[in-house]
Design a protein around this ligand. Structure first.
Ligand code: SF4
Length: 318
């Protein structure tokens, strides 16, 4: 069957400045209090970058340092340094490092064509999982999304699904994101991320779990403005039924690295395998940059120039 529909993905590399985090979300397997206190060194980051020349997006994914911590300045300076390093290597950084002050977000926004912060969700079940995660409070997250809107930074947010929240609570969270987009116009994509328990072996989504999530994907497509892309991490959904998620409204598979640092037990599909399998179902898998094309025009000029220089190469595939 000839491919007829388009689904995007971003060839990506994840750099982790630190696995220390002052939050303690109940489901987290990323946080590591026993990790070395030192931050990722630029030399080590450079080695990782040069080992993945095809990765145009560099996701800076960090554990969070409290705003009043004496360690905050060094941590933030390292985020800036790693962003500059990515740009110097001809890549595009996309930082997701928790809530930021206005000054911090503005500084990173001059180096990152897009940034991200999950809304995660709302309601008592979600709050229960975030009892020991002060920066995951809904008001904090909404304040960050609004701040990004005021600064005009193309932004990724999303929901973590399957923590015990109801379909109605998911819809309420999506309505809030839609309102932000109607107000500021900066929400380029919403990740609909199935929660998967971690461990040494992956636990694939059951059919019942898939049907539950398909209903949410369809609701998201109906609630969010059409320009907002809907993203699903392909390693968290069985490949043989992935076309059902696309038919329900997913149009993006996000940044794909060789491994998933959040859910390491869930292997990333190889892009060539993904491309072939989706083509058989009538979908064309197309690479993109971290910033979606509809938001490139809103970037500060120096950043826009870099992005435009890379976008023609991205269209060539990888
Ligand atoms: S904020 Fe992120 S890194 Fe920190 S505990 Fe929660 S999920 Fe883990």
């Amino acid at each position: 069957m000839a491919p007829s529909r388009r689904i995007t993905w971003s060839p990506s590399l994840t750099l982790v400045p630190t696995r220390h985090c002052f939050n303690a979300c109940s489901y987290c397997s990323f946080r590591d209090p026993a990790a070395p206190a030192s931050l990722l060194e630029p030399a080590a980051a450079l080695e990782q970058l040069r080992a993945r020349p095809q990765a145009r997006e560099v996701l800076l994914l960090s554990g969070e340092v409290p705003p009043d911590s004496p360690a905050r300045a060094a941590w933030f300076t390292r985020l800036l340094a790693l962003s500059r390093l990515a740009l110097a290597e001809g890549r595009l950084p996309h930082t997701n490092a928790g809530p930021l002050s206005r000054r911090e977000m503005a500084a990173l926004g001059r180096l990152n064509p897009s940034m991200g912060l999950m809304l995660e969700g709302l309601g008592p079940a979600v709050e229960g999982h975030h009892r020991h995660a002060p920066s995951k409070r809904l008001a904090v997250r909404l304040g960050q999304l609004e701040q990004a809107g005021r600064l005009g930074i193309p932004f990724t947010t999303g929901l973590l699904l399957g923590l015990g929240e109801s379909q109605a609570e998911r819809r309420d969270a999506l309505e809030l994101i839609a309102l932000l987009q109607h107000t500021w116009g900066h929400i380029q994509e919403v990740i609909l991320q199935p929660y998967r328990p971690d461990g040494t072996a992956a636990r694939p989504l059951s059919r019942a779990e898939q049907h539950d999530l398909l209903a949410t994907i369809a609701a998201a497509r109906a609630i969010l403005p059409p320009e907002v892309h809907l993203q699903l991490p392909p390693n968290l959904w069985p490949l043989d039924t992935l076309p059902e998620a696309l038919a329900a409204g997913i149009d993006d598979l996000g940044g794909i690295d060789t491994a998933d640092v959040i859910n390491p037990a869930y292997a990333q599909p190889r892009p060539a395998v993904l491309r072939r399998q989706l083509a058989e179902a009538g979908w064309e898998l197309v690479p993109r940059l971290c910033v979606h094309s509809g938001w490139i025009g809103s970037l500060p000029l120096p950043l826009r120039r870099r992005v435009l220089a890379l976008s023609s190469a991205a269209a060539g595939g990888c």
